[in-house]
Design a protein around this ligand. Structure first.
Ligand SMILES: NC(=O)c1ccc[n+]([C@@H]2O[C@H](COP(=O)([O-])OP(=O)(O)OC[C@H]3O[C@@H](n4cnc5c(N)ncnc54)[C@H](OP(=O)(O)O)[C@@H]3O)[C@@H](O)[C@H]2O)c1
Length: 287
């Protein structure tokens, strides 16, 4: 057991993302007795209590005493009211827990002001996890304010690595790029898997056979890429492409149709929408 795994962690909210994180924490060795959540959604909290053996309450303040970390796991639109509820607790707490927000598009500046805390003194992490967290394969981007201490950063890293990989960005504005890449990325990959599967059917495969092959090909290629970490992706691609072979013909079409430029335009659109939702950029044409 790592030194972090008996730390007390409370989740405000018990929805999709908080549940995925709690499942990851328990399965990676964090003690259920040190984990808790709160939410008005009784069915969701009961399921987590029964499944994981953690504690839960409908009262957001009940389990905050002696917490090492408080995870804000509610929707962005109710984050302000939740923060206002927590503010008196933080003002009177003997020791300052780290506050970790998973809310998309809400700045550390806003969260600090809603918590009535000095942004230079509040240990606050803003994160962008993604939905593969639900199967223990999340990819999270993390930003820490200056007040986050090294041990709090280590605890945060371990929390997010309980359900995938976690990387730190140095500038909060880089979370817009993280949102466009790993936050929205699962949907781009689903689109690609759908394209493979549909095309397989049009070439004569049964739908279930085609979908299985498409899913396993994407998962297998991603795994191969990850374990060949230092190797250039172009090098991995060349290994599949023998001169005059089938793959060369397929890749030639993808390149002539500018797949990489299309992906870049998709990410720029997602980044621009992230800026717009954060009040930092203009509305896109379709808004
Ligand atoms: N899902 C994703 O892909 C994803 C990815 C990255 C980040 N995020 C972020 O994760 C956060 C949660 O998203 P989600 O998909 O997990 O949402 P969700 O499933 O709707 O979960 C939100 C939970 O908060 C509860 N809640 C509502 N009001 C509350 C209050 N006053 N105090 C405590 N809990 C309250 C909800 O209960 P009720 O159901 O009764 O309202 C629900 O259990 C969001 O901020 C989102 O931006 C999500």
């Amino acid at each position: 057991m790592s030194t972090q795994q008996d730390k007390r962690i409370h989740f405000i909210g018990a929805g999709n993302m908080a549940s995925a994180m709690l499942r990851g924490l328990v399965s990676s060795g964090f003690k259920p007795g040190s984990l808790s959540c709160s939410s008005p959604a009784e069915a969701e909290t009961k399921r987590l209590v029964d499944e994981l053996g953690i504690s839960a309450s409908a009262d957001n303040l009940e389990y905050l005493r002696d917490c090492d970390a408080i995870v804000l796991g509610v929707k962005p639109q109710i984050l302000q009211s939740v923060c206002q509820e927590l503010a008196p607790f933080l003002a009177s707490a003997d020791r300052q827990p780290i506050v970790i927000s998973i809310a998309a598009g809400t700045t550390t500046q806003s969260i600090s002001s809603w918590l009535k805390q000095d942004p230079d003194l509040l240990p606050l992490v803003r994160s962008m996890p993604n939905t593969p967290a639900q199967v223990g394969m999340g990819a999270s981007g993390l930003f820490a304010t200056a007040a986050v201490k090294p041990d709090q950063k280590a605890l945060t890293q371990e929390i997010f690595e309980a359900f995938g990989i976690a990387v730190w960005v140095e500038d909060e504005s880089q979370l817009h790029a993280v949102t466009a890449l790993s936050g929205s990325g699962p949907a781009y990959v689903f689109e690609f898997i759908k394209g493979l599967a549909d095309a397989g059917v049009s070439l004569g495969l049964q739908p279930d056979v085609s979908r299985q092959l498409a899913e396993a090909t994407v998962a297998g290629a991603a795994k191969l890429c990850a374990v060949s970490h230092a190797e250039e992706i172009a090098g991995l691609q060349r290994k599949v492409m023998s001169p005059g072979g089938t793959t060369e013909q397929g890749v030639r079409v993808l390149q002539s149709e500018e797949l990489t430029a299309t992906v870049r335009r998709a990410m720029e659109a997602a980044r621009d929408q992230s800026l717009y939702l954060a009040g930092e950029g203009p509305a896109l044409a379709k808004n």
